[in-house]
Design a protein around this ligand. Structure first.
Ligand SMILES: Cc1cc2nc3c(=O)[nH]c(=O)nc-3n(C[C@H](O)[C@H](O)[C@H](O)COP(=O)(O)O)c2cc1C
Length: 453
């Protein structure tokens, strides 16, 4: 009998309007997706019908630019708080995982630990936390800071932040909440742990005042790709989202992460790497190409420049769009993200003008993009998962709902036909879908180590 094929993990990377910068202007798009919750319900249900492992909503806690004039054509300046959306989507879906961003730079570990444990409780074990150090420098001004901290400071804080959150999730031992009506004892204090964390960035006493959740620890997702980001992921992440524009770059990233994991004694299988993939699929190549062109034709230059400024990490408004991108300003050098570096390299390598660069970024924003038939899309997916580039994909629909409808109707059956994807959900929790173990609490580990001595 032939060996079973590696099963592809699929995330549905949900941007309310879709991923293309002009998506909201598509004739079939919901132009009010920033506030239309019914639209999000419909999309989530479609993703669940497609048996996706998870839905992911990214987040920034600031508008992407301080000059409102430059933002007038950008659809995602407003949004419903993604955490609130996920809690509500938990009520109208049954199986699909719910992953949402939480910033370690501008939030506090106690709040984050409580929120994600609570999402896990209300969803029956489907929550995941996308740990970010915050990509948008404008966030600083909304949290009483004059400057966005440097990347290395942000990652140091992130490492301690994740450790505190996990410690809080370990508060309750198995059987701590006895809830015994007859004796009147609600919990057993000998099975509750006070964290008493005192570190460089945080002082957190604990214990966590939220009951243990079905997954014990909601799934830890990370999406930084710099040196610091890779190190943090190798030590702590269970899923990594990343933007890789070529197969070779994705293979390098995948291999590098696994090498770094070895330093922490981690099993490679305990981390699922899911690069983004923008998929424009049609019944024929021509149909797919036409769909792509429809969106490209809707990009206004000012929209292109605003988008590019966000991902490059410095202001490009007013620059000559028919010239190569300007150099990174000296005062931004320490703040530039891995995505900005990738885009600058792509522009140099391919000799792109600013306009050509924003046209490339307009849909995939630095992620791998495919325009083609279902067979062509699945050829790429199969190649990536069988040549050490990924364990699955964070699927990006160019516009919604049509782009996701096409994926579920055309690509999912092709994946199933080739034996690369499930035909029904088998488990209940996000950990079940991804094949991730439930972590053992630090207190149980310490007790086992003492017992073994
Ligand atoms: C798929 C994906 C999703 C991301 N989502 C967010 C997000 O929701 N909020 C955010 O501030 N940064 C987000 N990021 C950016 C990173 O998490 C990180 O903050 C940024 O890339 C800077 O770190 P780096 O230089 O280590 O990559 C995302 C990145 C990727 C690839």
């Amino acid at each position: 009998m032939a060996a079973a094929k590696k099963q592809i993990k699929l995330g549905m990377f949900l941007r309310p309007s879709g991923h293309h910068v002009a998506a909201w202007r598509h004739p079939d798009a919901a132009e009010d997706s920033d506030s239309n919750f019914q639209h999000l319900i419909d999309v989530a249900r479609t993703a669940e019908r497609g048996l996706f492992d998870l839905i992911f909503i990214a987040d920034n806690v600031a508008m992407p630019h301080e000059d409102l004039e430059t933002l007038t054509r950008v659809a995602d300046v407003t949004r419903i708080d993604p955490f609130t959306v996920m809690a509500a989507l938990a009520m109208v879906t049954k199986r699909i995982g719910l992953v949402v961003t939480g910033t370690t730079t501008y939030d506090e570990p106690y709040f984050v630990a409580r929120k994600f444990a609570s999402l896990d409780l209300v969803s029956g074990g489907r929550s995941g936390w996308n740990v970010v150090t915050s990509g948008v420098q404008m966030e600083a001004a909304n949290f009483g800071r004059d400057f966005h901290p440097s990347k290395s400071d942000r990652y140091q804080r992130a490492r301690e932040f994740v450790d505190v959150v996990r410690g809080l999730w370990d508060t309750w031992d198995e059987g701590a909440l006895v809830r015994d009506k007859a004796s009147g004892i609600f919990f057993d204090p000998s099975k509750v742990h006070v964290l008493n964390h005192r570190g460089e960035h945080f002082k957190v006493r604990g214990p966590l005042n939220t009951s243990p959740s079905p997954q014990g620890h909601p799934v830890i997702v990370e999406s930084g790709s710099s040196e610091d980001g890779r190190d943090l992921a190798a030590e702590t992440a269970e899923v990594v989202f990343t933007a890789q524009s070529t197969l070779a770059a994705a293979q390098e990233f995948y291999g590098d992460l696994h090498r770094r994991m070895a330093k922490y004694g981690r099993d490679p299988d305990s981390l699922k790497v899911m690069p983004g993939m923008l998929v424009t699929v049609g019944r024929t190549e021509q149909e797919a190409q036409d769909k792509h062109e429809t969106l490209q034709a809707l990009i206004h230059p000012s929209q292109g420049l605003t988008l590019l400024s966000k991902y490059m990490g410095y202001d490009l408004s007013g620059c000559d769009i028919d010239a190569p991108p300007p150099e990174v300003p000296a005062n931004k050098l320490g703040l530039i993200s891995s995505r900005s570096v990738q885009l600058t390299e792509m522009a140099r390598r391919e000799n792109l003008t600013v306009r050509q660069l924003y046209e490339r970024v307009a849909g995939g924003r630095g992620h791998f993009s495919v325009v083609g038939t279902a067979a062509q899309v699945v050829d790429h997916m199969e190649e990536w998962v069988t040549t050490g580039a990924s364990d699955g994909f964070n699927v990006m629909a160019p516009y919604l709902p049509g782009g996701l409808d096409d994926f579920v109707e055309l690509v999912i059956p092709e994946l199933q036909r080739r034996g690369l994807f499930r035909t029904a959900y088998e488990g209940r929790t996000l950990r079940d879908h991804l094949g991730l173990q439930k972590p053992v609490s630090r207190y149980a580990k310490a007790a086992a180590a003492v017992a073994a001595e």
